[in-house]
Design a protein around this ligand. Sequence first.
Ligand code: PA5
Length: 443
Amino acid sequence: MSIVLNRNLLAGFIEDEEYLEIESAVRQADRGLREATVEGSEYLGWLRLPEMYDRQEFERIQQAADRIRTTSDLLIVIGIGGSYLGARAVIELLGSRYYNEYASLKIYFLGNSISPIEMTKVMGLCEGKRVSLNVVSKSGTTLEPALAFRLLRKMMIERYGREEAAERIYVTADTSRGALKAMATQEHYECFGIPDDVGGRYSVLTAVGLLPIAAAGFDILKLMDGAKAAMLSYDQETEPLNDCLTYAATRYILYKKGKLVELCSCFEPSFTMFGEWFKQLFAESEGKNGKGIFPSSLIYSTDLHSLGQYIQEGERLFFETLIQFKRLPVDITIEPEADDFDQLNYVSGHSMSYIDSKAAEGVLLAHVDGGVPCMIIELSNIGESAVGELIYFFERACAVSGILLGINPFNQPGVENYKLNMFSLLYKPGYEQRSEELRKRMN
Ligand code: PA5
């Protein structure tokens, strides 16, 4: 296993007895997952996915990814929430934020906003380029991606004609239902399924994430193998609790002590989108019935010079989970300079990653002194396998955390409220009655 949970800095915030007090509840929550007896157990497909995934579809994903890479300069992935964040998180973590600047296949993500600026800019990038589309929507009815797909599909048909456009459009949708699936069948778009028992935010290891990640050139088999290693490891009932369950237990204990916000921090800017995926996973899973830890993500050193002041001295609402990579794919050593104008010779001979590790220690110690409990999730490296492990670690810990809170971690009823209002305000057929009422309130 590449992941180790380091809790050394929690001393003084949590006593060993506090873990013992909730240990049986934590074990029971995890057992409930494995035995599918928990609320929402119809959405537990993600739990065994690293082992039970459809090998034939996996092969088709690899082939489609190869085809996209040879026939296209640019892939637009249309989707929102769980139908978008995982793919982008993995691509940027493995390939850096500058992935598109280096890659022969550029990947852009649309349908996660209703911004005409974003749409116009990305359409502009398509000029003179060979383009493929991957539209991802489990329901097929989410307005943001549906709108983007309508516009981009038109662009594709005008440019390539219906037949060639059909060879360049890939649909990832519910396996059997929905408007998108029906259109894909009628228009002969290659279609990939999202299993019924896997919810959006738990779907990165299905075609939802795997097709864009494979198209980006990353090894999705290694990703799945990493997730499988985590699954097998966390299936063991160990003494003491394994790291995944200990992380869930720690979050719960700290929440009960009034630490309502989790800061998921990292010193690697390429983790930015993974932080967004983390936020969605935990917010949609836990934020229910007036409960839940508010998940936030920070990138250091950037955020030390913005949010850092608040974290150090503002309201004491936080605990921190730092994600740390023990080995980076590259490093740079600082050389001494004879004049030492910038007076930085004291760090000469050190690598940037060493300096970064000392910055991390300094930050954590300062935050602990400021009353912020901190733990570290250490990963051996940034590679497909380790990232697969991390995805599974968070998915399982999130499910256990939700069960400990007494909520169903697999639904998201609150997301419907804004949709209902938006549809009413746009006079979607069937929503007329609510429209007038809402319009009056806005004026
Ligand atoms: O986790 C979830 O279920 C959501 O975030 C969905 O992924 C998101 O709302 C997009 O839904 P859909 O894939 O149906 O367009």
